[in-house]
Design a protein around this ligand. Structure first.
Ligand code: GUN
Length: 287
């Protein structure tokens, strides 16, 4: 079998067009243009690219974007002062502090300082708590993108065994919570695996849906996949041979039923869901 490719890029374009249409309606009816403030600290080249792509996508959807830069030598206090200013600025609806922050900065303090109604990453504990309780304000962009992909491609979720590789706060944990929730888009049986999991292939081979987010190039090999399974690759690894995912794509696509490519899979969906969240934030803040 050769897997059907799940084209995240095409789906992201669809979602972006939907958001752009809703932004235009919002601007007409409310007289307010949604605005995202991106905060970039230091000079991480990958972060530069991500933030540039996010801002370009905003502008194309009719969303204003601001870029706030701090040098790598800035202190946590400097960053907290900036976040405080953005929290209080009524023109700013969404705040995105690009991660990772330079070494020595207190990421937890910074993420907890973002006003939860402007927290378009959904990293604030108030938003995480709401997700766990099944009454989300925002959903984090990457797992939300994966979830949209599964639902819009009619991959059965209810009753399926989903195996999530990776337990990060950004992807693995919220992904698992979203898929195990009661109701539409949920009701999966979810197993979360990580670096201490014993006999990983025995577990991954049980998965109907495998979501791989561990940040190791070509980690998931064909022998770890049940024939016909849906394989979602969240990884973006820079190697000598270019960008590769966490999945050994060429071999796994011969076994899987559906598979996402890298690039062109989950990445573009992450940006589309950021636009969705920025519009949602503007709606929440506009009576
Ligand atoms: N760095 C890698 N992924 C993300 C993300 O989803 N949001 C932010 N703010 N930084 C990231």
């Amino acid at each position: 079998m050769t897997a059907t490719i799940l084209d995240g890029k095409a789906m992201a374009e669809e979602i972006r067009a939907e958001v752009a249409r809703r932004v235009s309606e919002f601007v007409s009816s409310k007289g307010v243009t949604p605005c995202l403030a991106a905060v970039l600290v230091g000079d991480n080249p990958a972060s530069e690219v991500y933030v540039r792509n996010k801002r370009l996508a905003c502008e194309k959807a009719g969303i204003h974007s601001q870029l706030h830069r701090l040098s790598a030598e800035s202190t946590t206090e400097d960053l907290l002062a900036l976040v405080d200013r953005l929290n209080k600025d009524p023109q700013v609806h969404g705040i995105l502090v690009q991660l990772p922050l330079p070494k020595g900065m207190d990421e937890t303090r910074v993420l907890h300082a973002v006003n939860p109604v402007k927290d378009v990453d959904a990293f604030h504990p108030d938003n995480v708590g709401r997700i766990v309780q099944g009454r989300p304000r925002f959903l984090p962009c990457t797992p939300h993108g994966v979830h949209q992909l599964l639902m819009r491609k009619n991959i059965p979720i209810a009753g399926s065994h989903v195996v999530v590789l990776g337990r990060s706060d950004i992807v693995g944990k919220p992904m698992a919570i979203m898929l195990m929730q009661r109701g539409p888009g949920g009701d999966a049986t979810v197993t979360v695996c990580h670096s201490r999991t014993r006999d990983l292939p025995a577990i991954t081979r049980q998965a109907d849906i495998l979501i791989v987010a561990i940040g190791k190039a070509k980690f998931l090999t064909a022998d770890m996949v049940k024939p016909g399974a849906t394989v979602i690759d969240v990884g973006i690894n820079r190697t000598e041979s270019g960008l590769v995912g966490d999945v050994d794509y060429d071999a796994v696509r011969e076994v899987a039923g559906h598979i996402t490519p890298v690039p062109g899979g989950v990445g573009p969906l992450t940006i589309a869901m950021l636009l969705h969240n920025t519009l949602a934030a503007a709606s929440l803040q506009t009576a």
